[in-house]
Design a protein around this ligand. Sequence first.
Ligand code: ASP
Ligand code: MG
Length: 474
Amino acid sequence: MQVLKFGGTSVNDAAAIGQVVSIVADQRTSDPRLVVVTSAMRGVTDLLIDAARAAAKGDRTRYRDARLILIGRHHDAAEALVHDLDELNRLQSVTDERVREFERLCMAVAILGELTDRGLAVISGLGERLLAPILAAALRDRGLPAAFVDAGELIVSDDNFASAAPLMDATRTATRGRLLPLLDQGDIPVVTGFVAATADGAPTVLGRGGSDYSAAILGAALDADEVQIWTDVDGVLTADPRIVSEARSLPELTYGEAAELAYFGAKVLHPKTMLPCIDRGIPISVRNTFNPTFPGTRVVAQATNGVAAQRGGGPAVKALTVIRGLTLVTVAGRGMMGVPGIAARTFTAVAGQDANVLMISQASSEQSICFVVPEGDATKVARELEATFASEIRQRAIDRIAVERNIVIVAAVGEGMKGTPGIAARLFSALGDKNVNVIAVAQGSSETNISLALAAADADAAVRYIHAAFNLGG
Ligand code: ASP
Ligand code: MG
């Protein structure tokens, strides 16, 4: 059994949806049990949310304009895809009814002058509820027995309405009860991504970009053989192709590597999204709807020997990623050596400012701790640290808190680095040979990631040098 999830660009218009239909038809020839999960058309969720937010501020034109766009885009797609006139009429009236519901909800929001998370969940989930019936009809139009299913009947979540978490046991029962009979009779369920419902049936959504999560949850509930994430890129790349022209798609990644890359800003699967699949060891493929014969990237629990062997024992570094817009903060001073509690006080102060720490490094001389935070948090973090260490600064045990802006982190990720000597040396000589200055370094004991803090101006060159040094372009 395969779960196929299609993202917003894959269902953006009739042409893209036509492509999706071909992919499903093609897979069906080898795999009779398919579940399709779909996002909203690209931009639709934003349109819905913006209109609802505007309505809460008393702006009624936004949702009226949005209404026309929604009807236009969905009617156009349906007209191009569905040839049976009765079916088309039914479909258009479903669309119209959903859009009327959207309008009524926004009207209520405007009257109340307030948008609750509960209201936001109902409104933001309408994009998937508009699209999935059209995709199901388009599949039927090509002779495939597709059936629209609202994920509100399958995924049972908590009541954190706008960013709900699934309750897996209840979800498993509901999903199997509803989908297995459909699958047994040969149907292809076409399920709304992103949306869920509480045990009492109140609509929720799984957070922005939540359709991948929906697919993983359903895959886990159904014990699927694979979850396929169909998007608009050739899987996960060795580096951003806008920086490195030789960047290429990776045939395989482990869950751990995918999580490291995602954490460092690569456009991969969100780690949370993968959890249901990780728990059951279900592989996740990342495929390109617009290049469907390309195998993409398979994300698995453990690297297979085949792939490792094909690369001469497995490359230590698999991919590079960059995260920009950062600041390096340093707490340094002669008086820090051997004094316990400096790190604890430092990070308590940082946490108190709600700042996310992306990287930490302390040399064993213990005379400085440095860490990297988003640019926007730097000033408040430094101010808080100055207050925290006011007396140490006065006594000159700690120097002033140093703040260095325009920092990026370049991270090299790969599980093959574990226990492989010489990786760091190759990395540093790749940069040293080209005169790129490394400001700080961190490697966790998991050894699957080496992170370098660099000046922003050096970022792209550094990525290109490292990419070449490890021959990631193949
Ligand atoms: N449509 C939702 C969003 O834009 C969910 C998704 O696309 O994954 O956030
Ligand atoms: Mg999306």
